[in-house]
Design a protein around this ligand. Structure first.
Ligand code: FE2
Length: 248
């Protein structure tokens, strides 16, 4: 697993051991859960297996910010420490297409009762319940989402397009952020929708303190997720982005 093949700038790496981890952790089963629910939790993962698991999900994607160009899957190039409170969001708001799978691996949990929760909800259920008017608003309007400074540094342009796109019934893309850094906040209809969505999210979310040694997988294009405050200085959660299979 030490031997890595870097494919030019496509941010994809090849590592050995994919077949072994596929069987060891029954990844095909979790992949089905991920497709159905937008998220899945795999427990008792050995950290050294993560590069091979990443390979199953199409390879690592660089994190933006920090040491972008260190080529090693165990370095900060491919992972980042995840910390602090976050409002509900999906992760690809500013880009046309980006990493499909977010992996959160817990090295150490927050030992305080209130701290260190990740929340997520199966957005598909919500989108199936919206009325025609809201559906049209989300799918037929063109929104401009401004890239943040990290993304601009790595030459990502702004996203222009609808907040909701269906490629098929199972494959949809939903752009959502409670605090979009863009003019959506002036849009009355957006605020109404946002608050309606948040009410649903709070009533339907799964809140989990990801157990030590577990990998929590989220579909980054679909699963709206949030994070509570962290109270424990020793809590350590590593964030990975995986490319996703459809990039082939
Ligand atoms: Fe996120």
């Amino acid at each position: 697993m030490e031997t890595l093949k870097i494919e030019d700038n496509r941010k994809i790496i090849d590592v050995s051991g994919m077949d072994e981890v596929k069987d060891k952790y029954d990844l095909d089963l979790y992949d089905k859960l991920l497709a159905k629910d937008n998220y899945a939790l795999i427990t008792n993962i050995e950290r050294e297996d993560i590069p091979a698991i990443a390979q199953y999900y199409g390879g690592f994607v660089r994190q933006y910010g920090g040491n972008e160009y260190v080529i090693k899957p165990t370095s900060k190039n491919y992972s980042a420490n995840s910390s602090g409170f976050l409002y509900p969001h999906t992760d690809f708001n500013e880009k046309e297409r980006t990493q499909l799978i977010l992996g959160l691996y817990t090295v150490e949990t927050d030992k305080y009762d209130e701290g260190g929760y990740t929340s997520v909800a199966n957005t598909r259920h919500f989108l199936e319940s919206i009325d025609t008017d809201t559906f049209d608003y989300l799918t037929k309007n063109e929104f401009c989402i401004i890239s943040n400074k990290h993304l601009r540094q790595i030459e990502n342009s702004h996203y222009v397009g609808p907040l909701l796109k269906y490629n098929s019934l199972m494959d949809f893309e939903f752009r959502f952020s409670y605090n979009f850094t863009m003019s959506l906040t002036d849009d009355k209809k957006w605020k109404v929708f946002r608050d309606q969505f948040l009410t649903w999210f709070n009533e339907n979310k799964l809140s989990i303190k990801i157990p030590r040694g577990s990998l929590f997988l989220l579909n980054n294009h679909q699963a709206v997720h949030s994070r509570s405050e962290i109270y424990d200085q020793n809590r350590e959660l590593i964030r990975y982005y995986f490319q996703g299979k459809y990039f082939g």
